[in-house]
Structures are given as structure tokens and as C-alpha cells.
Design a protein around this ligand. Sequence first.
Ligand code: HEM
Length: 450
Amino acid sequence: MALSESIKAAPGTASGALDHIPGDLGLPIFGNTFEFLKDPFAFHHRRREECGPVYKFGVFGGRTVMLHGADALEYVLMDRERNFGSRLGWRLLQQLFPNGLMLRDFDDHRAHRRIMQAAFKPKPMRDYMLRLNEGIAQCMQTWQPAPRFEFYPAIKDLTLELGASVFLGLEMGAEAKKLNQAFVDEVAASVAVIRTPWLGTAMRRGVNARIFLLDYFRDLIPARRQGGGDDMFSEFCRAESEDGAFFTDDEIVDHLNFLLMAAHDTTTSALTTMIWALAQYPEWQDAMRDEVMGLGTEQLGYDELEKLVLTERVFKEALRFRPPVPFLPRFAYRSFEFGGYEIPGETPVSVSPGLVAISPELWSRPELFDPDRFSDNRAEDRRHRFAWTPFGGGAHKCIGMHFALMQVRAFTHQFLQHYRIALPEGYQPRWQAIPIPKPRDGLPIVLSRL
Ligand code: HEM
């Protein structure tokens, strides 16, 4: 039988009909939202067992077709036929970050991304590295040894401080708490079950937070446009496309709002997973400390980044083990075929770097934290081009990936020179999986000075 004959077609031609796709859309209005929120990974494992790798489900008032596997990730993210939009895919973020880079599509997205890329070239990255090192060094003076040091809130404060310095060119002062709360409110609103910003709802708090942050950034624009600052905000003000286009004030504040959120919670989450792992596996902590000490420098130089081979391996494993962005949504503008099904146009779809990262078909003993799987002789990440994609892939691949890797290396390089860590006796981790993974208990660690 020809492949096209084996494809299960949408009955009739009704645009959007999903009757032929396995799965169920759950309750009216709420769909499967509550079951999904309770444990998104368990939800998808169950559905996959019941339905196979392609199925429909209902969340946050809409229906979605899930496509499992690394081939699905590659097909959707590389999008060679220009079928899949990110803007309507990330519809949950639309009220909060309507013009962020990730919520733009195709030519418009490419034009904005090109301008923004100027801020991620080697020269500005060197300047950011200096700011990162300085901020981390100050922080290392203030973290006091304790038998129960809550790492998550501490690193969240630090990444906000660093973000304020690197992205905005600011020393964080009295407004730090307000800014932090605003980002927390925006992120929480992204998965709020009630999507209308009624009084007292999480969505209302998120929308108000957006207004507060945009005004805050707007007030800084004149100074950033005039000064020759080496922060990312100033870079955005200067950034120019090949045909001489600049960002407008509105575009700058919207890009900053999205960028800070995209950078802040993801890096915080990844660093928290990594520190949990180093506390849980002292042999990796010691090995990484030896590597760091071997460099013989108090602060990591930009040209030394590649020397921290073990740090990179452990960080890659932390991102595999608990990816900060486990699911990537897209909107199929046109019908397409995948896994033996014809999926009609105007359908939201989802692919999952998080599920692929724990697939036993690609990773040996995926339930174990095992950084050596990234060593040259094992190279499990090379078993499929999309086996390890915590930063996504294709046109929307994380623009801040190198910045994140730089920040993590700069942090661990100083942290391991000052502190030794362990987990409290009998510690059992409890994590909230979405929208961005975080420990429910703040990750208490035993922090002692070296
Ligand atoms: C460990 C840290 C990080 C992780 C795991 C992460 C993950 C991701 C992922 C998976 C995407 C793709 C989303 C999609 O395809 O729908 C993405 C996009 C993006 N990230 Fe990151 N990110 C991290 C850090 C950062 C940092 C530090 C920045 C900024 C400096 C940043 C800025 C962005 C932006 C602007 C986009 C949108 C890119 C586009 O649409 O072209 N991220 N990130």
C-alpha cells in the first residue's frame, strides 16, 4: 500500500475536524487541564500508552494534537514547509508578551531576530561576562553558611540582580522585590485556568505586572538611547538591521519584557537542578571543583569558557534531566501528515523536548543523573539530531543559549571555590513541573564554606 493510502485522513474536508485522531478532549471548557496540571509528564505517558504517539487532548480551553518523539520535534521545529506558527502556538502567553520575539512568526520574526542578534555578538558578550562576574563575586560575600539554605529563592534573587545589571544596566535597589514579583505574576498567569483578567484572578495580576514592567522600562529609554552603555538594553537601542532599521521604543520595551522573563526563570530553574545534582552526587561536585581550581583564576575569563568541560557535561545533564521548557507548542496553519495521520490546518500542536529527553529509545537508563552520557565516547545526545533540545531548534532556537551557558559557568566557577554543599538527611525533592520547573520547598541545602 502506498504511504498516502495508509494516512488516516480527516473525514470529509471540514477544517479542523479531529475525529479520526485518537485521544479525547476531556470535559467541556476545562478539557483535560486539571489532569495535565497535576503531572504533565505522567499525563502524556498515560496517553501515549493508550493512544500511540499521535493523539488529541484538551487544555486551557483549547484542543491540541500531541506529536511524540525526536522525529516529531525535528519535523515541527525545522518546519521546512512553513506550516507551523509560534505566535498562536504560544497563545497562553499572548496577553502577557504579545510582541515578544517568540510570539512573532516567519518574516516578521526573522527581521526582529536579526536586529536582536547584534546584542549577542562576541564583543557585547565579553562585556556581559564582566558584569556577571562582578555581580556573582558580590553575592559570594553575602551568602552565609547554614544547615538549611534555601537555594532556589537565593539564586532567583541573584539571577534577577544579574539580569538587571546585564540586561538593563541597573544596580538593583529598593525596586528589586517589586520587579521580581512582577515576573512571578507574569509567569504564573501564563498557566492560569481562568484566562480572562477578572478582578482577583492570576491573569489580572499578570496583566497588571506587564503594564508595570513596560512603564518601568519605558522610563529608562531616553538615558539608554543617549548613553554608550554596555548593557543589553543599550545594545537594543543601538542595534540596526542590514537595511538600516532600528527598534522603536514600543518594540524595545516589549522585547525586554519577554527577554527578561525568558532568561530569568529558565536559568534559575536549570541552576537549581544542577545544584541539587551536585549536592546529591558529591563525586561530581568534587570533580567539578577540581576542574575549577585547576584554572587557578578567581573569576572565569571569557576565553576560558570552553575549558570547563565537566561543568558543561553536568549542566547538559541537568537540562536533560529537568528541562526548563519541557513542551513546545505550535499552531499548524495548514494541514500536514505525520505518523500516519492527516492533521487538519488551524490545529494547535505540541512537541516535547522534555519527553524526548527521557525516552529509553535514545538514552540509556534515562532515569539516572549521569553526566558521562555526554562524554565523547558515549555521546548519547548524538543518537538523534533532536535527542537533546532543551533550547529548542529551528528558527526559534533560544537566542540566549550561549548567554545561559556563560552565566552558569561563571556562577559555578565562583560558587565551588567558596562553598561545599550537601542535602539535608533523608531529603526527598518535590518539584512543580510547569510552567517552568521549580522546587516546591525552595531546595534546602547544607551550605558550608570551603
Ligand atoms: C537554561 C536557560 C534557558 C533555556 C532552557 C531556554 C529555553 C528556550 C527554548 C526551549 C526556546 C524555544 C521556544 C520555542 O521554540 O517555542 C527559547 C527561546 C528563547 N529564549 Fe531561551 N532559554 C534559556 C535562557 C535564555 C536566556 C538567558 C535568554 C536571554 C538572554 C533567552 C531568550 C530567549 C528568547 C528571546 C527566545 C525566543 C527566540 C525566538 O523566538 O527566536 N533564553 N529558550
